[in-house]
Design a protein around this ligand. Structure first.
Ligand SMILES: *Cc1c(COP(=O)(O)O)cnc(C)c1O
Length: 437
């Protein structure tokens, strides 16, 4: 047996990893090796072994939208250390802790409308499960258990557990693999693209017709507001959200916004719902919640949903993960929010948006590039073909940048703390990746 503290060099670790560890969307053993990160600070990942002489990579991905303040941030580190010294975790059933209480109170305050009831879960997918359970239980509480299906538009991504998977884009979510297994939801066409585009009234009419036809069996409309992330990095006009709010009210279904990717400033508003000035009935938060330090997510809902659940035959929200309200994650989340507001996230995100516009513009001239788009601190180069991920990643690494293209997309959402020079590196690398990808 491998002794728990046997010394392992980088070569041995990467090979063990390849043979023993599942990575996202891979086989096991994996077909190729992962890069071993030795440490990270600021916007840089330090590799355990240089790749063609490159030892450090500027992180263009913020560890999948999460590390908005970069790595080893002194205040987030201090918050984690201080909380570890008090307690890392204590159960949330019958007990509570200051960090979780403070976090919930802050989230209730900063989210749109009156979303005053906060459920702290341990991952984005679980927060979506909780949101959907809230909606279904709400209608049960009102004596209408038949309202249990969900309406969403195509092109979405809501997580990898079962109920969230059922509202992911049917193709991206591999519904063909799961036909007969996943709950069958109601899908509208993907929303027309273009943040600044006029709304397409005929699209909304078709959406309304679906809602009208299925209203009696629908619990909720579930969407990612403004940016569809892992489903294709597509942006739509905020006006659609205002209209969804009206339609949801007219046909008596709840409205759920999944802001797991968009929350905490990424799109240029604190929450993407802010572009439209509307509040959903239930909102999911995750990813950047802890500044990318620890896994924590939140589902927040308003009075209507909380009271509906409380009025049911089973008058409690029947969900309670072991690590609910984890004090360590909550303490870091509190520190992350303090830094976010103090350091003027809005100015930073607007600065990054300008840098992305300028830096990615040359990609428009490359043959095979279909579209280049920027919203807030999100930059996307869309090709007219599937990216050669190995070639595109290698081109970025050669320029000292970490990017993780997927499908036909080379995209970046850098940490908010990135400076102009490093942002230039990231955009140069993305353009170079588009050339070879
Ligand atoms: C990442 C993501 C999720 C899932 O979150 P996990 O923490 O990976 O479970 C759900 N919805 C959206 C919009 C996401 O971007």
């Amino acid at each position: 047996m491998l002794s728990l503290d046997a010394p392992l060099n980088a070569e041995e670790l990467t090979e063990l990893d390849r043979r023993r560890v599942w990575h996202p969307y891979t086989t096991s053993p994996t077909g190729s090796r992962q890069l071993l990160v030795e440490s990270a600070a600021g916007v840089r990942l330090r590799l355990a072994r240089p790749v063609n002489g490159v030892e450090e990579l500027v992180d263009g991905m913020s560890s999948w939208w999460a590390a908005v303040h970069g790595y080893a941030h002194p205040e987030l580190d201090a918050a984690a250390h201080a909380q570890v010294d008090r307690m890392s975790h204590v159960m949330f059933g019958g007990l509570t802790n200051e960090s979780a209480v403070r976090l919930a109170a802050t989230l209730a305050e900063i989210t749109p409308g009156a979303l005053n009831h906060v459920f702290l879960a341990d991952s984005g997918s679980v927060s979506v499960e909780v949101a959907l359970k809230m909606c279904l239980q709400y209608w049960r509480g009102l004596g209408r258990p038949e309202k249990r299906r969900l309406l969403t538009w195509r092109g979405g991504y809501h997580g990898d557990t079962w109920h969230p998977m059922s509202v992911c884009d049917p193709e991206g979510g591999m519904h063909h693999l799961w036909s007969g297994v996943l709950n069958e939801q109601v899908f509208a066409e993907a929303p027309p693209v273009g943040f600044g585009a006029d709304v397409d009234e005929s699209y909304l009419e078709r959406f309304e017709r679906l809602l009208w036809r299925h209203a009696e069996e629908l619990a909720a409309v579930v969407v990612e507001p403004v940016v569809q992330g892992a489903g294709g990095m597509r942006f739509h006009a905020p006006e659609y959200l205002r209209r969804l709010r009206e339609l949801a009210d007219r046909y008596d279904v709840l409205l759920v916004f999944d802001e797991i990717a968009t929350g905490f400033g990424r799109t240029g508003e604190l929450f993407a719902a802010g572009h439209a000035g509307v509040a959903p009935d239930v909102m999911c938060l995750g990813k950047a919640l802890t500044g990318g330090y620890l896994t924590m997510a939140a589902t927040v809902c308003g009075e209507r949903v909380a009271e509906g659940i409380a009025g049911g035959d089973v008058p409690v929200l029947a969900h309670g993960p072991t690590f609910m309200g984890n004090p360590l994650a909550a303490a870091v989340a509190n520190a992350s929010l303090r830094v976010l507001f103090r350091d003027d996230w809005r100015a930073k995100v607007h600065g990054i948006a300008a840098g992305l516009e300028t830096g990615l513009a040359p990609a428009r001239e490359i043959a095979g590039v279909r579209d280049v788009r920027v919203l807030g601190a999100i930059g996307v180069i869309q090709l007219d073909h599937e990216v050669d991920v190995a070639a595109a990643s290698a081109a970025a690494i050669e320029r000292g940048v970490w990017l993780r293209p997927f499908r036909d997309l080379i995209y970046t959402m850098p940490p908010y703390v990135i400076d102009a020079e490093d942002l230039g590196r990231v955009t140069d690398a993305a353009v170079a990746a588009a050339r070879v990808g």
